[in-house]
Design a protein around this ligand. Structure first.
Ligand code: OGA
Ligand code: MN
Length: 205
């Protein structure tokens, strides 16, 4: 299975710079989407919380998805593929921007029927480590009537993004207010953040 990057690098850089976000379809080839979706169905998930560390609390009025953190040492070929893709994008961003990205944290997410995530930023008030959000969607045969779109709240209005299999969205975590609209069917994604930090090298908090 091919592992070469299928992201339009110059568009990614230009659009992140100009608008703060970039979306592209067909980034992950179909066979890897299948492998990642199969793996997603086999993993153990925990109800997602809001906030961080001891302040992490479950509030289903704000978000009702479940998550499964990825360990960077995982050996499943689909995870290895995903982490290689993430790494290529990290190098691309570090080459073009002075973001000083030196870590990554990512998880699978599963939204059961009816689940959503109300408008939020991906940065925590006390912790600005998250610089760039990177999401890949792995929903095969996704239909517009399924709902579950990612909605970006932009200065010029709302931009609705379909979470179709193989597509990718990348945005500046501090700048883009966004939400996941209620989904009518199970919705799966790989969600991650490039982080910047000084001092000790840690991946997950
Ligand atoms: C998140 C999030 C959006 C999506 O997990 O913080 O906003 O489209 N996800 O899954
Ligand atoms: Mn988010």
């Amino acid at each position: 299975m091919s592992q070469s990057i299928m992201v339009n690098a110059s568009d990614l850089i230009e659009q992140l710079c100009e608008k703060g976000w970039f979306y592209q379809q067909n980034v992950i080839p179909g066979e890897w989407v299948t492998a990642l979706a199969d793996l997603c169905h086999k993993r153990t998930f925990l109800q997602a919380g809001i906030g961080q560390g001891i302040k992490n609390i479950i509030n289903e009025a704000i978000r009702s998805d479940s998550i499964s953190w990825i360990d960077p040492q995982e050996k499943d070929p689909a995870v290895v593929y995903y982490l290689a893709l993430v790494d290529e994008i990290k190098h691309l961003l570090n080459r073009e921007f002075y973001l000083g990205l030196n870590g990554f944290e990512g998880h699978f997410s599963r939204y059961p029927q009816g689940a959503f995530y109300k408008p939020h930023y991906d940065c925590f008030a006390q912790d600005k480590r998250r610089a760039v959000t990177l999401i890949f969607y792995i929903n095969q045969n996704w239909q517009p009537e399924n709902g579950g779109q990612l909605c970006l709240h932009l200065p010029e209005g709302k931009k609705v993004i379909e979470p179709v299999a193989g597509s990718m969205i990348c945005f500046l975590s501090e700048q883009i207010l966004h939400e996941v609209l209620p989904t009518q069917v199970e919705r799966m994604a790989l969600t991650g953040w490039f982080v910047r930090h000084q001092g000790q090298d840690y991946f997950y908090s």
